[in-house]
Design a protein around this ligand. Structure first.
Ligand code: IPM
Ligand code: MG
Length: 367
């Protein structure tokens, strides 16, 4: 039996998670995974209901779960709240409480969407990058932090960019191991020409490289990495970087693939427990209109099956089903090109489910 916790969160989170849930249940039945699904509140939804973005009950359920599927949190209704009440805080707290230090964000170009990319087809066709982002440290969590009043009356905002070598080593190790299983190339991104914390980052990554002679390691400064991503993205295989740079570079990488609505993610701890979520936000501007693309969340279910539930065939089946609906020309507005009539969130979800069920049924017949 595996316990799965659903955390839809805010705005489009409420629309995309139900679509992904159907896909998860179908795969669960087909592969006899004996899934037990539960749900809980996080983000603005939790603030509205109980006054905090990560209620105790949610955290307790999360700790007991084998894997968590999350939608998205945040939105304009909550922008004026104090920092500890903001929806984003709930997300950061749960990542930290479960020690989910390893954030995997694969940017894969589906051949059917080459025309939807912001770059020329020849630059992105076949693109397959894995961004490994450190998720529980760096400037996101560094202390001291805050806004203080100076003696001259000026307000001053401050944050701390800090990484110790244990944190650097564990994320680098994960990235080296993933690179070994993929194309054997790792690019570590830092700002070692300016920031001491990333001088140490570069040193520790370089020391570890000795243990992975089969992985080719290079280092790039983050400004250059950003430029290379939009200049010649196919030069990258695995990229590893700290929390803030990873946040930024993964949004950029997502756009190369046509839409951030296509990018799934996995956030893992040392025990293989994980939160699976789309890289995109809660998109308040399109919420409630059936315009959200559920594919990033559905593909996050595939990552869940692969990394937490040890069901690679289920993951493959979902990824194949997504390919099938794209082949059939189904497009939500974010990935629709000129002349393509967009489908709704539900229609897209239903089409993936159809393709999946067809595949599972024919698979069984063939076996
Ligand atoms: C992400 C998001 C979050 C982050 C926000 C919502 C706190 O942008 O998962 O990339 O910055 O980590
Ligand atoms: Mg982000």
């Amino acid at each position: 039996m595996a316990k799965i916790l659903l955390l839809p969160g805010d705005y489009i989170g409420q629309e995309i998670v139900p679509q992904a849930e159907k896909v998860l249940s179908t795969v669960g039945r087909a592969f006899d995974l004996d899934l037990e699904l539960d749900s809980a509140l996080i983000g603005g939804a939790a603030v509205d209901a109980v006054g905090v973005p990560l209620p105790e009950e949610t955290l307790a359920k999360a700790r007991a779960a084998d894997a968590i599927l999350l939608g998205a949190v945040g939105g304009p209704a909550y922008d004026e709240l104090p920092r500890d009440k903001r929806p984003e805080r709930g997300l950061l707290q749960i990542r930290s409480a479960l020690d989910l230090f390893g954030n995997l964000r694969p940017a894969i170009m589906y051949p059917q969407l080459v025309g939807a990319s912001s770059l020329k087809p020849e630059l992105v066709a076949g693109l397959d990058i894995l961004i490994v982002r450190e998720l529980t440290g760096g400037i996101y969590f560094g202390e001291p932090r805050g806004v203080r009043q100076l003696e001259n009356g000026d307000r001053e905002g401050f944050n701390t960019y800090v990484y110790n070598e244990t944190e650097i080593r564990r994320i680098a190790r994960l990235a080296f191991e993933l690179a070994q299983k993929r194309g054997g190339r790792l690019c570590s991104v830092d700002k070692a020409n300016v920031l001491e914390a990333t001088v140490l980052w570069r040193e520790v990554v370089t020391e570890l490289a000795g243990e992975y002679p089969d992985v080719e390691l290079e280092h790039l400064y983050v400004d250059n990495a950003a430029m290379q991503l939009v200049r010649a993205p196919k030069q990258f295989d695995v990229m590893v970087t700290g929390n803030m740079f990873g946040d930024i570079l993964s949004d950029a990488a997502a756009m190369l693939t046509g839409s951030i609505g296509m990018l799934p993610s996995a956030s893992l701890n040392a025990q293989g427990q994980g939160i699976y979520e789309p890289c995109h936000g809660s998109a308040p501007d399109i919420a409630g209109q059936g315009k959200a693309n559920p594919l990033a969340t559905i593909l996050s279910v595939a990552m869940m099956l692969r990394y937490s539930l040890q069901c690679a065939s289920g993951a493959d089946a979902i990824e194949t089903a997504v390919g099938v609906v794209l082949d059939r020309g189904l497009r939500t507005p974010d990935i629709a090109e000129e002349g393509q009539e967009p489908v709704t969130t539900e229609e897209m979800g239903a089409a993936v489910l159809d393709a999946l069920e067809y595949q599972l049924a024919s698979g069984r017949t063939a076996a």
